[in-house]
Design a protein around this ligand. Sequence first.
Ligand SMILES: NC(=O)c1ccc[n+]([C@@H]2O[C@H](COP(=O)([O-])OP(=O)(O)OC[C@H]3O[C@@H](n4cnc5c(N)ncnc54)[C@H](OP(=O)(O)O)[C@@H]3O)[C@@H](O)[C@H]2O)c1
Length: 321
Amino acid sequence: MKYRHLGKSGIQVSELSFGSWVTFHTQAGIDSTVGMMGAAYDAGINFFDNAESYAGGKSEEVMGAALKKLGWRRGSYLVSTKLYWGLHESPNEQNTLNRKYLLEAIDGSLRRLDLDYVDLLYCHRADPSTPIEETVWAMHDIIERGKALYWGTSEWEAADILSAIEVAERHHLHKPVVEQPVYNLFQRHRFAPEYERVYDDCGYGSTTWSPLASGLLTGKYNDGVPSDSRGALEGLEWLRKELTNTERLAKVASLKPVADQMGATLAQFSLAWCLQNPRVSTVITGASRVQQVHENMKALEFVDSFTPEVMREIDRVFGLV
Ligand SMILES: NC(=O)c1ccc[n+]([C@@H]2O[C@H](COP(=O)([O-])OP(=O)(O)OC[C@H]3O[C@@H](n4cnc5c(N)ncnc54)[C@H](OP(=O)(O)O)[C@@H]3O)[C@@H](O)[C@H]2O)c1
């Protein structure tokens, strides 16, 4: 495993990391989670991602219980959570980054994770209805109170990130240091030119999500939706539509020979592709079982195999040349 600095911050994250969305609680109980987190940690992963909203808070509980069983030294790993959607139906606790919500929600997350602090705390989405000053001050105060060490944004527009940094600098507050954007062969828009200032000038890091487009980029949906896959889960009909999109499936099929040529599985190929981007600090992987963790960790062997010829092949598949 190699480690990359989270942008210009002092903290280093493993090139591959591990997240809990959809899987923890819904597909994996505590024992299965212990197995997957253990396999990831043994492979050198030091960053585990979570969010208040995942499985309505249960994902944090499962991760907390798993960490207790695993008993790792706290200094050896990083945990994140994300706030925005909220767990309670009331005007001040949903779809918001207001001060009251943020200061109360972090306490709930820490209780469920059974941790004294999270290493990274994200604003899970931007909230145009709360003044940016209020959110930046609240995140600063959470850090000052020792409940988080660093803070960041997720799926924010570049202009909003720049504005948060500017507010923090003006008031000498803790600045956000990291964005958590979607990033995979199909979805690349969060590294569009307007983000150059964020990454290159401001030294933002990135912890990218859904590197396999929820499993589509493993090729497993090319023969229909497997009954034991994310695409078959109840309540994820919106995602099933994307996983069975014929145009996307055709592109996955065309990538297969390129991955074969490299000696990688499609999953390994797609994960390694994300790490080609030097603005990526870590690729957050997901898995529903230990075998997937083992397969995905081997992606690291292919990071240096993306020659200009391979990149041209990929561009051809996506109609970029
Ligand atoms: N900030 C945000 O808004 C946001 C949003 C989404 C996710 N995230 C973070 O990013 C993490 C990763 O996202 P993701 O789970 O969508 O990642 P992903 O890599 O796109 O999808 C992971 C899923 O693909 C399937 N899979 C993974 N490896 C496989 C393999 N080798 N062979 C076959 N199937 C495989 C598994 O699902 P099945 O086995 O069930 O099919 C697994 O749960 C999340 O856990 C979360 O921490 C953040």
